[in-house]
Design a protein around this ligand. Structure first.
Ligand SMILES: Cc1cc2nc3c(=O)[nH]c(=O)nc-3n(C[C@H](O)[C@H](O)[C@H](O)COP(=O)(O)O)c2cc1C
Length: 469
């Protein structure tokens, strides 16, 4: 009996069923009563005490679950339907305890003229910030060679870093936690972005050839087909790693970000090194899975070191089964199993996984492997891609992740968590203004909050003037 009681008790820290807890309590109690015939009384007494505590915690848990839950959104009390509770129970990530589980996705918006965030950028992020929420910036290049889209805000010049500061301050003023996304586009660039009009850099000289993908220049020229990139020399790779580390350090120390997310997804430089479809190198950064993961892991370690060894300020974004920008691998299960195991040892703030179909709901069959991979990582997991309120809550309830990252709905609904909780209608997102610098604050800061009527934003006046200058 003692063995059974112990087994049940030790597998029962609150999350187990109340039934098991009651059972354990009863067994320990019985055991205690018959102490003379059973184990040493001291053992029974400990078991009994422990069972009582767990029973009490279960009682509280059950009571909490059966009461209607409310959620405080920027000081406003909003009721939460039972089916959506997982989206509002909060989660812990690195140094932070977040109050809801709807994360603001990294979203390139091309409104940083001359690669410097403008006051409009601060308004945009602060509109979407909420107390205890977690937000990511759009991808921000760590180096001049890392740009590949017009008007994206860098993290490598003094002007860029000082312009980020008021953006971060505006988000912090609303009580949100704010990480920036470290980016190098690799081959997804054009000579117009590169110093001396050189070819973009990549692991290997393999171009994006699918005509569905095109590139625009920094002053809006194009669309151009993607050019053939230049394979980085082995000796140049240390410089790339250093660019990530410097950008991370400056982003946290100078701009005031709470941490950084390393972008190793969506077909950009680090993802290109991971995949054997884009990496055919024969040095220590190509070939075996260990070699192809080397750059991402070197970047992670350098970034952690640049932040004083504090891995809890660092996350990473991965897209194991998504072939954005024609970046694919012949054995993603093996590749990402290795990578996730290595990342697990670093003690990161989180791993951010993109679902197989990034822009629409992924089927159960498609997600099976992603969820299997997730088991190799024991820390906080964010899930992104094609979720709505119901599917996000269901994924969290099933234990697949700790928070859901929302992109298109969140950019069009600055108060998205509140709308989800209330079951309110969502503003429709306008694809035409996603990446359009000429749109200015149209489709950017003019999406209305619930109860407001839409006022049309103002297009930008010659958005490329600053870039051309
Ligand atoms: C306009 C736009 C810009 C995006 N920019 C980025 C980016 O800068 N970095 C990134 O990792 N993903 C980027 N993504 C992908 C989103 O972060 C997200 O994974 C995707 O929108 C799917 O989520 P959703 O279905 O909630 O929109 C972008 C997507 C959109 C629509």
């Amino acid at each position: 009996m003692l063995l059974t009681a112990t087994a049940v008790l030790y597998s029962c820290p609150v999350a187990a069923s109340p039934c098991a807890c009651a059972c354990a309590c009863w067994l320990a109690y019985t055991c205690n009563k018959r102490a003379r015939a059973c184990p040493p009384p001291a053992v029974c007494a400990v078991l009994h005490k422990r069972a009582q505590v767990w029973c009490f915690q279960h009682f509280l848990l059950i009571t909490r679950r059966s009461l209607p839950q409310v959620f405080s959104f920027n000081g406003e009390t909003v009721p939460v339907p039972a089916s959506l509770k997982p989206l509002f129970r909060g989660f812990t990530m690195g140094h932070h305890t977040l109050s809801h589980n709807c994360v603001y996705a990294p979203l390139t918006r091309c409104r940083s003229f001359g690669t410097v965030p403008s006051p409009m950028v601060a308004t945009y992020y602060s509109q979407r910030a909420s107390k205890g929420g977690f937000m990511l910036t759009e991808a921000a290049p760590v180096d001049v060679t890392g740009h590949g889209y017009p008007c994206t805000p860098g993290l490598h010049t003094d002007a860029q870093l000082s312009a980020w500061k008021p953006v971060v301050d505006a988000v912090h003023a609303k009580g949100a936690v704010f990480f920036t996304q470290l980016w190098h586009v690799g081959r997804a660039s054009h000579s117009e972005y590169q110093p001396d009009g050189a070819a973009p850099v990549a692991p290997s000289a393999i171009a994006i050839t699918d005509p569905a993908w095109t590139v625009y220049g920094p002053t809006g020229s194009g669309p151009h087909p993607y050019p053939v990139p230049r394979a980085l020399e082995t000796s140049e790779i240390a410089g790339i790693v250093a660019a990530y580390a410097n950008a991370a350090k400056r982003a946290v120390n100078e701009a005031g970000f709470d941490g950084v997310e390393v972008h190793s997804a969506n077909g950009y430089l680090l993802n290109e090194f991971l995949c054997d479809g884009t990496n055919t190198r024969s040095d220590s950064y190509g070939g075996s899975i260990e070699n192809r993961c080397r750059l991402t892991l070197e970047v992670m370690r350098a970034v952690i070191q640049a932040l004083g060894g504090d891995a809890k300020k660092v996350g990473i974004r991965l897209a194991p089964f998504n072939m954005f920008l024609q970046c694919s691998d012949s054995d993603p299960m093996a590749l990402y199993t290795h990578l996730l195991k290595e990342l697990d040892a670093l003690g990161l703030a989180y791993v951010h996984l993109i679902m197989p179909r990034q822009f629409e709901p992924s089927s159960e069959e498609e997600t099976k492997n992603l969820y299997a991979l997730r088991a190799h990582y024991s820390g906080t997991v964010l899930l992104a891609g094609g979720f709505d309120a119901a599917s996000g809550a269901a994924a969290l309830a099933a234990g697949h992740g700790h928070a859901i990252v929302y992109g298109r709905h969140y950019l069009a609904n600055p108060d998205l968590p509140k709308r989800f909780a209330l079951g309110a209608e969502l503003n429709a997102y306008d694809r035409n203004t996603f990446y359009d610098p000429t749109a200015g604050d149209r489709g950017y800061t003019d999406y209305p909050f619930l109860g407001q009527t839409k006022t049309e934003g103002v297009p930008a006046v010659d958005p490329f003037a600053a870039v051309k200058a």
